[in-house]
Design a protein around this ligand. Structure first.
Ligand SMILES: [Cu+2]
Length: 314
């Protein structure tokens, strides 16, 4: 993969996808790590790789950067991949593609997740917001680039200060990276922490069928974090905020841990609404679209994290 580094990002992505499909065994899975235990060197390198994505050309042939490919694809597919059965498998591969892109940008450590259950006492103090070893903190309420006093408060500290995500919901619209903790209400507030405590996660983990598990995880902790961070994390362009990928690695972790409790059943358990129309049942044969970010793929092929396509564990 690294030997293709000099080629365009698009070719890189294709090469990475092919190389991961070669061979069918995952003998030595990489253990993903919680952000606070990643270590300072890896934290620094991870963030440098995130910034590097902003300097690489789009892999989709767009006039924007590799960084922007992710919010672009995510918002285009918004209604196809959320509040439906494929929510979990679709985001599993999406996070993996991002991890591959970080590796193309020199990151050599494991993918990191943010276990927000560890921060419910005061989510505003979570280590992921550190201005030196994290992604910077809340947006500044005084800096409201849209002048609509709603949700766009620019992040003015940390390594992402000054970064300009290219897309917003309406299309191409470069803007500051924005966060608006707790919807800007009663700052610092508790950031909806009651929705993602260890107790809540345990209740969801106790559900025994995939449709119920997916529904509660997506609508509960997953949605709460998007809303609580606010700013760029609220709309369908939420991959604009790099914290998106640590959040979704945690969502993927909870699904993986749930699967591993009964792998014989849950590694192939899937179902629920295929589309928002809610009339068709989803199946493992459903093909998930990625708009050329990576080749489209059947749900069945991403049901475990140790196979021809993935090789990681938690
Ligand atoms: Cu999403």
């Amino acid at each position: 993969m690294r030997s293709f580094f000099v080629l365009s990002a698009g070719l890189c992505a294709a090469a990475a996808a092919v190389s991961l499909q070669v061979g069918d065994a995952c003998d030595n899975p990489v253990k993903r790590v919680e952000w606070r235990t990643l270590g300072t060197e890896n934290q620094k390198q991870y963030i440098e790789a995130v910034l590097c994505l902003k300097t690489k050309p789009s892999g989709l042939g767009l006039n924007t950067t590799r960084y922007d490919d992710f919010p672009y694809v995510h918002t285009k597919l918004d209604k196809t991949i959320h509040t439906v059965a494929m929510f979990l498998p679709w985001h599993r591969l999406f996070v993996q593609v991002y991890e591959d892109a970080l590796a193309d940008c020199g990151y050599t450590g494991p993918m990191a997740y943010w276990d927000w259950t560890l921060d419910t006492a005061d989510p505003t103090k979570a280590p992921v917001w550190d201005t030196v070893t994290g992604f910077g903190g809340n947006g500044d309420p005084a800096i409201d680039p849209l002048k609509d006093s709603s949700s766009k408060k620019c992040v003015i500290d940390g390594p992402l200060k000054g970064i300009q995500p290219a897309y917003q919901m309406g299309g191409y619209a470069p803007h500051c990276l924005a966060r608006n903790f707790n919807s800007g209400i009663a700052f610092p507030g508790n950031m909806l922490a009651d929705s993602y405590t260890q107790k809540v996660v345990a209740e969801i983990n106790a559900l025994d069928d995939y449709p119920a598990f997916r529904y509660r995880l997506e609508g509960g902790p997953h949605g709460a974090i998007h809303s609580a961070v606010g700013g760029d994390m609220s709309p369908a362009t939420s991959p604009n905020d790099p914290i998106f990928f640590l959040h979704h690695a945690q969502v993927d972790r909870l699904w993986t841990l749930w699967q591993q409790e009964k792998p014989a059943v849950r590694n192939t358990q899937f179902g629920g609404p295929k589309t928002r129309a809610n009339t068709t049942q989803a199946t493992l044969e459903d093909v998930m679209p990625y708009l050329n970010l990576v080749p489209d793929i059947k749900v069945a092929e991403v049901m475990t994290t140790q196979n021809a396509r993935f090789c990681y564990t938690y």
